[in-house]
Design a protein around this ligand. Structure first.
Ligand SMILES: Nc1nc2c(c(=O)[nH]1)N[C@H]1C(S)=C(S)[C@@H](COP(=O)(O)OP(=O)(O)OC[C@H]3O[C@@H](n4cnc5c(N)ncnc54)[C@H](O)[C@@H]3O)O[C@H]1N2
Ligand code: MOO
Length: 394
């Protein structure tokens, strides 16, 4: 059995980088930008008023001063002339600041009578003028790789970048295997259960910015699995669920090898998720997940998501970890790294009592995995431990 880190290294070596494509801004949310974007203009492109008021020459002692209002500057409509001593322009937020103006006095600090304005308040020291290029200048870069946030998209738009170079979404084919499985909504026979893993993994994959393709459930026989693998053609990643262990009906590894899968590893020193396998199948990465529902989802977080991130051009690395304070005593760990379903709240992590890898109700309550290293001794409440967050604390 290899370690989680060794398995990840194998997976990163198997995973191809996705080719680049250009998408318009409205399609770019959550996509991974893989080349720097370069500002095509400065922002603001001109010195701009930050307030509604009157633009006058800079100077101390504005209080009580009077000015002739000689024109108006509004956002989108500048004032072409020059403002001299004793003169002012009516100016609005976002307007280009005319030549000669060094200070915008808030209209709340002014009294206007006809074409005359007098500063009746006490203007602050700030000029209320945003300098040209104060946000960014032409040629500035938004660096890649990065997963584009709403704020990034606003910045790109302001840079006058209309299309973004992103990694193509990896297509991930999902194959559930097992005679016992039926789809949600069907009427299961007496010995059957509902295929659930594929739905959890589908969501995980889509959330990661990849494109999940749910294939029909394959029965526990080679012909059915062959058909399913055939339907997965063209996918960048093929994920099988179940049939990975040592039982007579666990045929995924054998069938995959029959059709040419070059195996990179099988079995990991971790709990849950021991019978994980991976290899290369033609142009795709094949990942064989264990069938136990929690095992499949935990492997999704620990292996599939990092692989997808790397394929999208983000740095190759394990699922991010935090440190937390242990909220309850835990027994010594055995020879497999244990990822215990846990609740993280206010920096304290408390594992659930029941850790069976079939318990989806517990996984749904969990928002973190408490990581127990191989051979770790018993730990007491209050000690510092590592966790893999699964979702935000709630
Ligand atoms: N003698 C041994 N038995 C087992 C070992 C072992 O080392 N020696 N390992 C155990 C571990 S750990 C795991 S994990 C499981 C993994 O088994 P498989 O990957 O072969 O999975 P299946 O047998 O097909 O299914 C296990 C379990 O999960 C249910 N399942 C499968 N697919 C789905 C799905 N898409 N949605 C919902 N539930 C699913 C299936 O019905 C079984 O109950 O092996 C242990 N055994
Ligand atoms: O690895 Mo199994 O995933 O322990 O249940």
């Amino acid at each position: 059995m290899i370690t989680v880190d060794e398995a990840l290294d194998h997976l990163f070596a198997l995973a191809p980088a996705m080719p680049r494509e250009a998408v318009p801004l409205l399609r770019a949310r959550g996509r991974v930008m893989i080349a720097d974007a370069v500002a095509r203009r400065s922002q603001p492109p001109f010195a701009a008023s930050a307030m509604d008021g009157y633009g006058v020459a800079a100077g101390a002692g504005l209080s009580g001063a009077g000015f002739d209002v000689i024109g108006e500057a509004a956002a989108g409509h500048g004032f072409a002339g020059t403002v001299g001593a004793g003169q002012a322009v009516r100016i609005f937020t976002g307007a280009p600041v005319p030549e000669g103006v060094g200070h915008v006095v808030l209209q709340e600090d002014c009294t206007r009578q006809g074409d005359r304005v007098t500063v009746t308040g006490t203007p602050g020291a700030g000029s209320n003028i945003r300098p040209a290029g104060g946000d960014f200048t032409q040629g500035d870069r938004l660096t890649a790789p990065r997963r584009l946030t709403p704020a990034d998209l606003a910045l790109l738009a302001a840079m006058n970048v209309a299309e973004v170079p992103v990694a193509r979404k990896p297509v991930v084919a999902l194959i559930s295997t097992g005679d016992e499985l039926v789809m949600p909504g069907e009427a299961p026979g007496p010995d059957q259960i509902i295929a659930s893993n594929s739905f959890g993994l589908h969501a995980l994959i889509e959330e990661a910015g990849a494109s999940a393709r749910l294939l029909p459930i394959a029965a526990d026989n080679p012909a059915s699995l062959h058909t399913a693998f055939g339907l997965a053609e063209g996918a960048d990643v093929i994920v099988t669920i179940g049939g990975a262990s040592v039982g007579d009906h666990d045929i995924v590894g054998r069938v995959a090898e029959d059709i040419g899968m070059a195996r990179a590893f099988y079995k990991i020193a971790m709990r849950p998720g021991k019978p994980l396998m991976a290899g290369r199948l033609d142009d795709a990465v094949m990942i064989g997940l264990p069938g136990n529902p929690v095992s499949a989802m935990v492997c999704g977080h620990l292996f599939l998501l990092p692989v997808l991130r790397a394929m999208l051009g983000l740095p190759a690395g394990p699922a991010p970890r935090l440190t937390a304070t242990l909220g309850a005593d835990v027994d010594a760990n055995g020879p497999r790294e244990h990822y215990m379903r846990a609740r993280l709240s206010g920096g304290t992590v408390t594992p659930f009592d029941r850790q069976d890898s079939a318990l989806l109700s517990i996984l749904s309550e969990a928002n973190a995995l408490l990581v127990r290293p191989i051979g770790d001794g018993p730990r007491q409440a209050g000690e510092t431990v590592e966790v893999v967050p699964l979702s935000r604390e709630s």
